[in-house]
Design a protein around this ligand. Structure first.
Ligand code: HEC
Length: 252
């Protein structure tokens, strides 16, 4: 028998080699499947798994929580109270909206006597807190848009540098900021009357207004006492009144 040619013995050996190889791979596959028994996770299964877990937790929490009747009995009471309640006037100074009922009520209150405030301020030579100046400087960006970032004045507003109004009574400055200003106004010997004048900037808090005015009074070559938040608060009733005019202010 020629071993290199087709013969029954060769066929027999080839058959068993083939079967053996098949079985080896089948066994390998079986072993892999045995150790990798958790099912394959698709892209959709991954988030779904979290959803099912969350739902199970929510269900568990809800079943142990307050009953729907108990919740309804409370919401009924709250709803009835809300309907029957009257709005409370906003009294916090920084929240007063110009033209609102609160603003009108405050505006109709007798004018605050600013004499004490102004004379105390002009007599004070207390050092200026650098932290207040820092807050004021940040707030001044708004003023600087019109008055120039160095208070030099320009095409739309008079200068703050060297202005007698800035160095003068603080109640003037507080009123100008809370009500805005309608010209004409003379600043450092020059007459100004810009169309529309200056709009009120009363949205700033008492602290911010006090700081920005203190900053203006102590920058660009100006020198003046600090303005205190309480002094701004005392004049919040001015908010909502028409733009102040130079004639209404104390002559600096
Ligand atoms: C939208 C532009 C504008 C902004 C912003 C503005 N002002 Fe004025 N301000 C004016 C104008 C205009 C006048 C003069 C009024 C007029 O001509 O009718 C004026 C006048 C003044 C005066 C009196 C005159 C003088 O030059 O001394 C003071 C003080 C003043 N502003 C302070 C401030 C401060 C403080 C701020 C920021 C908190 C501020 N202004 C923001 C436009 C502005």
């Amino acid at each position: 028998m020629d071993p290199s040619k087709d013969n029954p013995l060769l066929r027999f050996a080839t058959f068993w080699w083939g079967l053996g190889t098949f079985l080896v791979f089948a066994l390998l596959l079986a072993v892999i499947m045995f150790f990798n028994s958790s099912g394959p996770i698709s892209l959709e299964d991954a988030p779904a798994k979290v959803r099912y877990e969350t739902k199970a937790k929510t269900d568990a929490a809800q079943s142990s929580a307050v009953s729907i009747e108990a919740i309804q009995s409370v919401t009924d009471v709250v709803a009835k109270t809300l309907v029957a309640s009257k709005p409370i006037a906003v009294e916090s100074p920084s929240q007063i909206v110009p033209g609102s009922a609160t603003s009108k009520k405050l505006a109709s209150a007798p004018a605050v006597d600013t004499k004490a405030m102004d004379s105390a301020s002009s007599a004070s030579d207390a050092p200026i807190d650098p932290a207040v100046l820092a807050v004021g400087k940040a707030q001044f960006v708004v003023c600087g848009a019109c008055h120039g970032q160095n208070g030099e004045g320009g095409a739309i507003a008079p200068p703050l540098a060297g202005s007698e109004w800035v160095k003068g009574p603080i109640s003037n400055l507080i009123k100008i900021q809370l009500r805005g200003l309608n010209g004409p106004i003379s600043v450092a010997g020059k007459e100004y009357n810009f169309p529309g004048g200056m709009a009120a900037l009363s949205y700033q808090t008492d602290e911010q207004i006090a700081s920005v005015l203190t900053y203006v009074r102590n920058s660009f070559g100006n020198k003046g006492s600090a303005v205190k938040p309480e002094q701004v608060a005392a004049l919040r009733g001015e908010v909502g009144k028409p733009q102040v005019t130079a004639g209404e202010l104390i002559k600096p």
